[in-house]
Design a protein around this ligand. Structure first.
Ligand SMILES: [Ca+2]
Length: 311
């Protein structure tokens, strides 16, 4: 089996850390790089977190490339410190990395260069706002024909949003970029709240990882309390949604998900700003493989098994 080359575009982020750990523990995937973006915090912080996560996982061989500091068509959204902590990584106090991000290239250019060098091979896995992908498409419009696939964590097709009543956080953080990405006509899968809200790691699931003895499990256990407190306080949930890791799980086991090919339009209207409109109307738009169902228990078992592996 040849591992599938992937670039994870990320704004770490507690659930990003889990997704990155799962990807690096999976022999089916060859993680070429982490590209970073604004979102859960400012891009300098998310870049520092990407480096810290790789240090903790003892995977300093994976390059980190810093990307966009704000959305393409509007001011930045404030950091989601109420979800992920002041440092966006659970305020555990992990030391800063001694490593730096790649200095001579930005994320969008790195994505373009990497995909051009391996036409038809690379899958992009954006698990933050879609700014870097929109910028990459601007640099190289043929990117849509050159990727293997794009697997987006974001959006909400038939369920409410999580940052507004209609909008999911990643899309809401850069709706104009999301509109570009969902309209680009590339093979694309949307892993949205329709499925990620079912992939819920309970406190018992997290506690059971305590004795696993791997760095990946340790990061999940150590960073979870801040995220658990957010859910306990806001919706009474005793657990955390594994949003970003669900996108990686789709890469590993697409058979655990149900998708429907539907056009996705991103609203920028009053009251529905950042909403993904998935009503089946053709609108002359390319189709997106929208995840609408998931075997959540099987996905959680897969995540658990990978977090117990050495990366
Ligand atoms: Ca994220």
């Amino acid at each position: 089996m040849t591992p599938r080359p992937v670039i994870i575009d990320t704004d770490p982020g507690i659930d990003d850390a889990m997704a990155i750990a799962v990807a690096l523990a999976s022999p089916e995937l060859d993680v070429l790089a982490l590209t970073t973006v604004h979102g859960n915090h400012e891009v300098d912080v998310t870049t520092a977190n990407a480096l810290r996560i790789l240090d903790l996982l003892e995977r300093a061989d994976v390059p980190v490339v810093a990307g966009a500091g704000g959305p393409i068509g509007r001011p930045s959204t404030p950091p989601a410190t109420f979800v992920h902590g002041d440092d966006a990584l659970g305020d555990v106090g992990y030391p800063p990395s001694t490593r730096s991000a790649v200095r001579d290239v930005d994320a969008a250019t790195f994505i373009v260069d990497t995909v051009r060098a391996r036409p038809g091979e690379v899958t992009l896995v954006p698990i933050g706002p879609l700014t870097n992908l929109a910028l990459a498409l601007e640099i190289e419009p043929r990117l849509a024909q050159l990727v293997d696939r794009v697997v987006v964590m974001g959006g909400a097709a038939r369920v409410p949003g999580n940052i507004t009543p209609t909008a999911e956080a990643n899309i809401w953080s850069d709706p104009e970029a999301a509109e570009v990405v969902f309209g680009a006509g590339w093979p694309i899968t949307m892993i949205g709240l329709d499925v990620t809200h079912q992939v819920t790691a309970t406190t018992a699931w997290i506690d059971a990882l305590t004795g696993a003895g791997t760095p990946a499990a340790r990061i999940v256990v150590e960073t979870a309390p801040v995220y658990l407190r957010f859910h306990r306080d806001t919706d009474g949930l005793e657990g955390i949604h594994c949003h970003d890791a669900a996108a990686v799980a789709w890469m590993l086991r697409p058979d655990l998900f149900t998708t429907e090919a539907l056009p996705v339009v991103v609203s920028t209207g009053d009251g529905t700003d950042g909403a993904t409109v998935v009503d089946g109307a053709p609108r002359g738009r390319p189709l997106v493989d929208v995840a609408v169902g998931v075997d959540a228990d099987a996905v959680l078992a897969l995540l658990d098994e990978r977090l117990r592996r050495a990366v």
